[in-house]
Design a protein around this ligand. Structure first.
Ligand code: MRU
Length: 368
């Protein structure tokens, strides 16, 4: 996608130094656009944990590149395989909810273990990291193509009027390598000339909606309005939302969806108001081992300071200010699970299915 007219992915290998990974550091967006060089497994782990990069697909791609850096480090160590195993654990411990992390790490381990000799192992890790990133971008593009049909259906029912979408958090290109999951159909519809307008939940505590989704949509010229997190129900009651469209960090094989905290409440409001609620995901976000999402998907709890403080731009600088009394503790559950019964459909790279095991497996028969 474009940043001030220049095309970017969110992560890539430095063109004149393939031992360095470069990524867009999202911490100070939209106020500052910074590119960070990552040269070690520890730096990549910090970038994931401290959310320089975030979002399910991008966490997976970062883990993939992290394992490539791990092979470079391992080839300088006394025990290649021990060093790789330790890097795997370091990267795995960074964030618990997005399943793309462990999916990418396992894919890399399989590729590395399938080669003989350190040079071949380094090379396969580089190739696999690149494949994970390319695949993520390609799958998101296809999600856009499949999701476009939903927008066309809505457009035929209200010709010439804006199609109002409500989205939560950032499941845009910043959360992936390119295009995004929930944002891909929005960009596809906008590019096809449909009159799209997006209500963007601010998404406290880290404000991924207000900071990142709004910035992305603005860069692409998509009309949008930022709303406080609690506004969605009111808009739906007044017929101002045609479709709720979110991403997911882990989707159980039953169709239960883990996504940014607050998604569940939007799904409840959508159900009560007969507003379709769709979730977009590449297949790397399915967890084929979990059926009961509410019980079994691990929910990350982050530091309470993300709730007690807010970050903004003031006097030419990114600043952090305290919101709450110093002595009041804060809890920070980062994700919740929306049960499959509240979800109208899942938009994947292979097409749209219902949020239930039968329909999901029909689309991905190789997982049976
Ligand atoms: O904590 P984050 O920013 O990594 O959370 C991820 C998200 O942005 C959302 O939950 C998103 O909708 C799913 S990731 C594609």
């Amino acid at each position: 996608m474009n940043v001030n007219g220049t095309p970017y992915r969110t992560i890539w290998l430095k063109s004149d130094d393939p031992d360095t990974v470069q990524l867009i550091d999202q911490r100070n967006l939209p106020h500052e656009f910074n590119i960070e060089d990552i040269r070690s497994v520890d730096s990549m782990a910090r970038a994931i944990q401290e959310m320089h990069v975030r979002g399910a697909g991008l966490i997976g791609a970062a883990a993939g590149y992290g394992m490539y850096l791990a092979t470079l480090e391992a080839s300088r160590s006394s025990s290649f395989l021990d060093s790789i195993a330790s890097a795997y654990e370091t990267l795995k411990a960074t964030r618990p909810t997005a399943v793309n992390l462990v999916w990418a790490l396992d894919r890399q381990m399989k590729a590395i273990n399938g080669e003989n000799g350190e040079d071949a192992q380094v090379e396969i890790a580089r190739k696999t990291a690149q494949e994970i990133a390319d695949e993520d971008a390609a799958y998101c593009r296809r999600i856009g193509e499949h999701g476009l049909q939903l927008f066309r259906e809505i457009a035929t029912k209200k010709p010439g009027e804006p199609i109002n979408i409500l989205t939560h958090c950032n499941a845009g290109w910043l959360a992936f390598v390119d295009y995004g999951s929930a944002s891909a159909p929005i960009y596809a519809a906008h590019d096809a000339g449909l009159p799209v307008h997006v209500y963007v939940d601010e998404t406290r505590p880290r404000n991924q909606g207000a900071r990142l989704t709004a910035w992305e949509l603005g860069q692409h010229g998509v009309p949008h309005t930022i709303i406080a997190d609690n506004v969605g129900g009111h808009l739906m009651q007044h017929g101002l939302v045609d479709l709720v469209l979110t991403g997911t960090d882990r989707t159980a094989v039953s169709g239960d969806v883990a996504n940014k905290i607050g998604t569940y409440l939007k799904a409840l409001a959508a159900k009560d108001n007969n507003v379709p609620f769709y979730v977009a995901l590449p297949s790397s976000t399915f967890d084929w081992t979990i059926r009961d999402g509410v019980k079994d998907i691990p929910i990350e709890q982050r530091g309470g300071e993300e709730v007690s403080f807010a970050q903004g731009f003031c006097d030419g600088q990114v600043k952090r200010v305290r919101l709450s009394p110093k002595t009041s503790p804060a809890a920070n559950y980062a994700f919740d699970v929306t049960p499959a019964r509240l979800i109208t459909g899942l938009i994947t790279e292979r097409g749209i299915c219902q949020a239930n095991e039968k329909s999901i497996r029909e689309l991905f028969p190789e997982k049976n």
